[in-house]
Design a protein around this ligand. Structure first.
Ligand SMILES: [Zn+2]
Length: 403
């Protein structure tokens, strides 16, 4: 588990709502504590969490303001009391004479917790949207997220420190098993034919299940469009489509996590193309005949390509690698992607522009023959390490097969 703490900037009204929530929970905490202390003092009866949480509906009837507080927060507060008492009884059992758990004053009781963020259905309990945290029953509060969240958000705590308010996300993050320092560097070309090709010539493909689930999704969507509005069948179809979308999203996420982890665990330096400098879609050039008439250039095929590009989600993947790399102390560079396909990685000479359909790099200057993406990946690595292809093309370090 790892905590991500961000400062939030509530408006005056929101600050009042936060403080109100905090006050009601402190009150509940102290009341629950009192009940347990009395039961124990009077008759050595130990009251359980379940006994106390079963009273929450009644409390809300008597004190309607408790209805304004998200239920799970109240439950969490009772859990805190439970924890304090369990620790107390443990120490009693160990032969110690501990003091009773203490009542909490304004200054000491400074936080409340949403104990369950992920929901079976729909949006998580607390989310960040457009620079604001969305808290149920409180509202959208401005947040300064100086670094991104990582892993699965488990719980979320709102905390007051003096005048300031913070939000703390407790996340489950995977442990990265870094290999011993290897000094290995890798350049990576992200592509359509293969998800990625690296400068060693290794290839990772999109898992085939993307395409499979995609087909299934399409069928479901077609069925949906045939349903009458508001019919229960339509509703059911819509649910199925939603579910299928979610499944594809999760599969892709898992795939990205796995590949990103492998990279970070294996290499010390990872070089990508800088996607922001150059749209990844290497657009087919507009071709005109001698009369200025436009010729077909595979633009129709591009529609399909664009979809694949969205699917592959390269940008999201690179971001993921960067986060994991930060943890593992691995360096990630993003380099100018221009002409990585044309330039020969073996001799540095610039060849002709290659259409996307041309899969092989054949150099007319030095005779090297390489897979197109492999050639690009080597160029990407060389740029990341700040060396020119010619420097590395000295005899002995020559890479790739020679025709
Ligand atoms: Zn060459």
């Amino acid at each position: 588990m790892k905590a991500f703490k961000y400062r939030i900037y509530p408006t005056r009204r929101q600050r009042d709502a936060l403080q109100f929530t905090l006050d009601r929970n402190r009150e509940l905490y102290n009341a629950a504590l009192e009940e347990r202390r009395e039961a124990w003092r009077m008759s050595k009866i130990s009251i359980s969490y379940n006994d106390q949480s079963a009273q929450l509906p009644e409390i809300k009837e008597i004190r309607p303001e408790y209805k304004e507080i998200y239920s799970q927060i109240l439950q969490d507060t009772l859990k805190r009391v439970d924890k304090a008492f369990k620790a107390f009884f443990r120490r009693c059992k160990n032969g110690e004479t501990p003091g009773f758990p203490r009542f909490q004053g304004y200054d000491r009781y400074d936080s409340f917790t949403y104990p369950q963020i992920e929901k079976l259905k729909g949006k998580p309990t607390v989310s960040i949207e457009n620079g604001k945290v969305v808290l149920p029953k409180i509202g959208h509060i401005k947040v300064k997220q100086h670094r991104p969240l990582e892993g699965k958000v488990k719980t979320c705590t709102i905390k007051r420190e003096g005048e300031h308010w913070y939000i703390i996300f407790a996340c489950e993050v995977e442990a990265i098993q870094k290999l011993p320092h290897t000094d290995l560097s890798i350049g990576i070309d992200m592509g359509l034919k293969h998800f990625m090709t690296d400068s060693n010539g290794d290839v990772v493909d999109d898992p085939r299940f993307f395409r499979k689930s995609h087909g299934r999704l399409k069928k479901k969507q077609q069925r949906l469009s045939k349903r009458r509005n508001k019919s229960s069948r339509r509703k059911r179809s819509a649910q199925l489509v939603g579910k299928a979308h979610k499944k594809v999203r999760n599969q892709r996420k898992d795939f990205h996590h796995k590949e990103a982890r492998t990279l970070v665990e294996t290499f010390e330096t990872i070089v990508f193309e800088d996607l922001s400098m150059h749209h990844m879609v290497k657009r087919p050039k507009v071709k005109q005949d001698e009369n200025g008439k436009y010729l077909p250039n595979g633009a129709a095929a591009k529609g399909g390509l664009n979809k694949s590009i969205l699917d592959a989600g390269w940008g999201a993947f690179i971001e993921l690698v960067k986060h994991k790399a930060e943890w593992a102390g691995v360096t990630v560079y993003e380099v100018d992607p221009r002409k990585t396909s044309q330039i020969c990685s073996a001799c540095g000479e610039e060849g002709e522009h290659k259409d996307l359909s041309v899969r092989t790099h054949i150099c007319v200057h030095c005779g090297v023959v390489l897979d197109r993406d492999h050639n690009a990946a080597i160029n990407i690595l060389d740029r990341g390490l700040g060396r020119s292809p010619r420097e590395t093309a000295s005899p002995g370090t020559f890479r790739g097969a020679v025709a």
